[in-house]
Design a protein around this ligand. Structure first.
Ligand SMILES: [Fe+2]
Length: 157
């Protein structure tokens, strides 16, 4: 039985962009909840629900980050970084969608492998790609470089 969380939000995860950090905490909590539930071999409908919650929240979070990219002109400043960051988000969503589809077809899913993937992806993405974006946003917020556009970042923007 699992006794410790799959992921711990430690200082290395702090990006200094509050809305990103808050959402990362939520994403990590959802991952830990799913990991804990999977360890107890839950019924298929609960597995589907946990994966759906994670997927929905991840997509909401990616929209927030991508809205911040637009607000602060990330693509204009570094097109390849913006491009590869967005591609990472799409790859993650596609992977989790494929798990969700397998669950809907009533196929067996290796939940331990899924948790390993989530933990590995989230850890590397936050420590690498998101820290890079956050450094850019912090710089822009500190008044360096082009001023942000008037539009506020929102997941729908
Ligand atoms: Fe990201």
């Amino acid at each position: 039985m699992q006794t410790r969380p799959a992921l711990v939000f430690d200082d290395a995860f702090i990006t200094g962009v509050d809305e990103i950090d808050d959402q990362h905490r939520n994403l990590i909590n959802l991952t830990n909840e799913a990991a804990l539930a999977f360890a107890g071999s839950p019924p298929p409908n609960q597995v589907r629900q946990l994966v759906q919650e994670l997927l929905s929240y991840a997509i909401y979070h990616f929209r927030t980050e991508e809205a911040l990219m637009r607000q602060y002109g990330y693509r204009e400043a570094d097109d390849s970084a913006a491009e590869s960051h967005i591609r990472c988000h799409r790859d993650f969503a596609a992977r989790v969608v494929s798990v969700q589809e397998a669950l809907q077809r009533r196929e067996c899913v290796d939940s331990a492998a899924l948790v390993d993937y989530l933990v590995d992806w989230i850890t590397h993405h936050i420590l690498g790609t998101d820290q890079e974006l956050a450094a850019f946003i912090r710089q822009r917020r500190a008044g360096h470089g082009a001023p942000p556009s008037a539009t506020r970042a929102s997941p729908d923007g």
